[in-house]
Each structure stands twice: as structure tokens, then as C-alpha cells.
Design a protein around this ligand. Sequence first.
Ligand SMILES: [Zn+2]
Length: 412
Amino acid sequence: MATIKIYHKNPYTKEFKANITKIDQKPGKEVHIKLNQTAFYPEGGGQPCDLGFIGDFRVKNVFEKDGEIYHVLEDIPKQFENLSCRIDWNRRFDFMQQHLGQHILSASFEKLFEAATIGFHLTENNLTVDIDKQLCHKDLDRVEYFSNQIVFGNLNVKTHYPSNDSELASFPLRKDVAAYANPRIVEIDQFDYSPCGGIHPKHTGEVGMIKMTNYSTHHDGLRIEFVCGNRALKDYAEKTHVLSTLKSELSCSENSLPARCKGMKEDFKEIVSKYKNTTDKLLTYQVDEMFGKSRVHNNHRIVSYIFETDSAKETSILTSKVLKKDSSAILILVCPTTNLTTVLLASSPSENPLNLNLVLKGLLEKYDGKGGGKAHYAQGIINGEVVYEELIHYLYSKIALELEKLMAKQTR
Ligand SMILES: [Zn+2]
């Protein structure tokens, strides 16, 4: 015997009594049960299923297969008859609000701009419709206003079960009915007629409000994100909180927020530009200072520096400035930060005489550091406290010695 669909007869039923008429359980798997009647809506038509309790067991899923409605439980209830069943009403009413909101919004797109709905997605956290036309922001505002007038008009929502094709043909349907066997027509009081098996409130006023929150291009049309009812209230509350925080942080009124943000963005751009110029000048002075203290060994200038920065970008700029000033230079940089020291060796790839990676390796072994690189560029990290001058002295001596050895080889 087919299960009586209480959800269609009375969509406001939250609790009901039912008898189990069939149980399917494969060993180790969840239990699928059939009831003589149910208020649990199975997933379908874009509306997710109801959850709740049957007896003491939580309903994990409800689905329809071959015309039968199955409730998924973790185990078999002890009692088979007159079981107390309860649906999660907050979840259900939320879906009812969103679902009817979608009917109203889709009908409004159709009536104002002949834009057809080609997709609809409803989950616990997401609600979208896809339309087949590109519309501008002003058009969307018009649709939103119009659809909310339908909500505020509190129109009756009725359902029809046409008994034959001619009765079916008498309804001015918004979408094709071909895909529906035994169609159920949902009418919003002469405003919209749509074939749908989902659950809707009895009056449009229960949708509360329809608010579009975002839109983006989707195929040749648009995907519109929106919220209805309690979701709209929650969204409004969250946005009000964000605005209050911004007003307080920026010490200005709500209306002046956009201008304040624009001004701050321009100020920030100017500050960044000035900072870049100042940093560049400062690094140029530093390079000059480094060169003043440097010495030449076998036609290569060894430049060393304790560079107190944690900015990889500044290190990179300083390195390129040194190698640009003297392409034969070999750079030793020691960059101290809290509990950590970065050591960098660099030279121009085209004029590099030594394997700097090997030189660095010797230092890292001595100080238990980590790192590596290439012959012309190597970088390592040493944890804990070190004397920076000692690191420089080790690397300088090693590089100078290697350069001397190289010169001896060349003059032989
Ligand atoms: Zn519907």
C-alpha cells in the first residue's frame, strides 16, 4: 500500500503517529523503513528532504524510490505501531520559505523581463536561481521590488491535481510539464502556475522577504544568489553587525562609509608609493656603505653586511642593487630575526667564480643550520643565538681563500 503523503495534505504537520509497513536492512548497513503515512518530505524537485525523529531514532535521510518513500534510520525501532514521529520544523519551514520565494522570484523574472529560470539550487546554506538572460543591476532591483510586493500581498498558494490533459492544458503554466507524470500544479493566486512536487507555505506572506545578495554571469544568463524569510533576517542581522563594526572602527556614519573607504584606499596607495621610494633610497645608501667597507680578492669584490630585516623583498632588492653596481661582486648577507638567522650568498650567474652552495654548506654544518641552493645563489637558516660577525668572518675567510686558490691556479 502506498504511503499517505501528509506533507502534501497538510504541509504544517510537525508531529504524527505512524505504523511501520516495511523494513529493509542489509547486514551492517543502515535501516530503510516504510510507513503507512508520513509528513517527512523525501528529497525531490530541488527541495532537500526533511529530518527529525521516528520513535527514538534520528531520521538521517528520506528518499523516494519507485514510488515508495524510505526513511533512513540507524537501527530498527522496538515498536512497529503507533510510533511517535516528529519532523525538524525549523529546517522544513526554512525550505518552505526559500522554495516559495523561488517560485515568486522566477515568476517575477518571467513577467518583467521574459527571463526563464533554467536552474534552481537549494541547500541548508545556499539558494540560487539561474536565468537565461543577462540583466543589469537596475533590472534586478525592479525584480526584487516586484517579487516582494507579491510577498506583502499575502496571496493564497493553492495546489491542483488535474485529472486529464485538457484540465492540465487549462493552466497557463510557467514551465514545461512534459517531465512530470501525474503533475501537481502549484498556483500563486492567478499570478503564477508551476508544476512542482515540493512543499510551500499556504500564503506568500510567510516568505517574509526576498533579498538578492549576489549575482554573476552563468552561461548566457545570470546566477542569482538570494535569501528568503528567516535567512533574510539572519543576513540582515549579520550585515548590520558588520556595518556597526565598520562605523565604530572608522568613526563615521553608515552613509559616509563608501567615501571613507575610497579615501583610505587612495591614502594607502600614496603611502605605499612613498614607502617604496624611501626604501629604495635607503637601500641605495646601504649599498654604498657596504661597498665602502668591501675588499677585492682576485678581481672579485667581497661585500658583506648584517641586514636587519624580515622582508624577503627588501633582501631581494638589496641583492640585485649590489650585483648591478658590480657584476663581479660576491655578496654575504646575514639577516637576523627573532631566534633565527638567515644567511645568503649571491653572485652574478655569468661572473660567478665559486660554488657558493658548497661554501654555505660548510657554515651550515658548523652551526647545525639548514638550507642550500645553486653555485651562484644559496640561502640557509640557523636557529638560536649566534654572533653575526663570526658568521661573516667564517664566510669571508672561506670565500677569500677560495679566490686566492683560484688565482694561484690561474697564474701557474
Ligand atoms: Zn515548488
